[in-house]
Each structure stands twice: as C-alpha cells, then as structure tokens.
Design a protein around this ligand. Sequence first.
Ligand code: PAF
Length: 282
Amino acid sequence: MERLSKTIKAAGKTIGFVPTMGFLHEGHMSLVRAARQENDVCVVSIFVNPTQFGPSEDFDSYPRDFQKDKKMLAEEKVDVVFCPTVKEMYPNVTLSQTPPDIIPPKNLTACLCGAFRPTHFQGVAQVVDIFFHRVKPDRAYFGQKDFQQTVIIKWLARKAHLNIDIRVLPTIRESDGLAMSSRNVYLKPKERKRVIILFQALQLAKELYENGERNPQRIERKISNLISQNFLTSRNQEMKLQYAEIRDAETLQSIHEIKHPAVVAVAAIIGKTRLIDNIVLG
Ligand code: PAF
C-alpha cells in the first residue's frame, strides 16, 4: 500500500481515502462516491480494528461479509481495496503491548461515548493514524453519524501535521429516519420498530431550537424524557439510554447556552445493540 501510494503521488494524482470496518451500507457508499468524485484515485480500507473494542464488546461478533463488500466496491469502481491483517497493522509486538503513537486529549475522548467506552477513541486514533501514514491520502472521508470520532480525527490530522482534508458527510438514514449502521443488523424486528425514538428525539431537539430554545439543559431534559418514557413502555426489551447531551460541536465541551454550532448526541442500548445518533444545531 505504501509503495502504491508513493507511485500514485509521484504521478501527481490525488488520493481519496475511506476507512471502514466493512459490512458496507449506503452510508459508506455515499463516502465512496464523494471520494471518487473529488480525487483521482479512491482507496477504501476494510479492517475490523481490535484496538477500538473493549474487552466485553462485540469484536468477535462484529458483522463481516467480505465478498459482498468487494462486490459493492467493484460496482462503484473503487481503485484500491486495502484489507490488511491484524499482524500487518500491528507487526512489532503483541496486540496488547502495542502502544499508540498518538493519544488524543481526554477532553475529547472521555465524554459522550468515551464515558462508556473508555479505550475506544484511543484505538480509533491509533488505527487511523497508521492508515493515514500508509495510504497518504489528500482527503479522508467520514460519516457525521460518528460525530465524536470526526472531531478526534480532525484533531489527529492537525496534531500530526498530516495535511489531510478531513471531509465529514451527512448521516445516511433509512426511510423512517434510523441512522444507517452496520450494527443495525443485530436488531430484532420489535427492537427495530422501537429504536426510531432516537431519531424522533433529535427531531424534537431541532424543533425546540427552531422555536427559539437556547438552553441546552432544557432540551436535554425533554429529549431524555421522551426516550426514557418510550423505553419504559416497552415490554421484554432491555432498553437503556446512555446519554442525550448537547455540547459545543468543535470542542465537545459542555455549554450553558447555544450560541455556536452545537451537537445533540444520543446513545442507547437496545437488547444487545448499542446505537448512536446526532444532529448539529446552529
Ligand atoms: O468508523 C469506523 O468504521 C471506524 O471507527 C474506523 C474509522 C474505520 C476506524 O477503525
């Protein structure tokens, strides 16, 4: 991959890079199309990165379908599909001893999802840093659905002086509003019907904001109540709201008034599935 990237760059061509963990859906494909349009060469990686999963998380059961992914990428005429093994990504020592070269700051990694997945973003920064050095992209593409991840990757690109344009594209949704995610496949039919409440809560936040509400705590309370009430009325389904928070969209810090762009982010567990979603206000 490194040799290929060097050859492409030496020929004066630009590289657009879409890192993925596979099990591709329309969300990924929208990134792939943008990368193809905006660059001479499009590289897509498929790698389920073990360092971003906690010990009790779904690394082993994370959905994988390499043949289908390859077919989808071929249909979009992707130039390079880069699928390294764990050993190729982390060659020097055993995985548990592989220290990340770059550690993102706690103020970005400890809040929101980081409060529930303490080592997750360190693992993401580690693997994306390795990919960026191997693929050497001019532009890299990420979905807004993983909002906190995009903030941390922008920090990484700045910090490591990588001169990569980090492009964040809108969340792609199912027809009822559910954000597309590889993990949606875990949802049982009854759960699938229920999870739409997360999107509805974000719509409520947007409506309150558009009607002039600028107090984040009041919006948080209303959307948390909406989600929790819905979860309480569901029988035999384990549902738990992890957070519904409004934070500064650039720094991820808590705010007392919405004056600048702010992210409304939610995370919930439904049965065995952890889902996240967000919108940006202002
Ligand atoms: O968003 C993802 O799928 C992953 O976190 C990423 C960026 C491919 C790193 O493993």
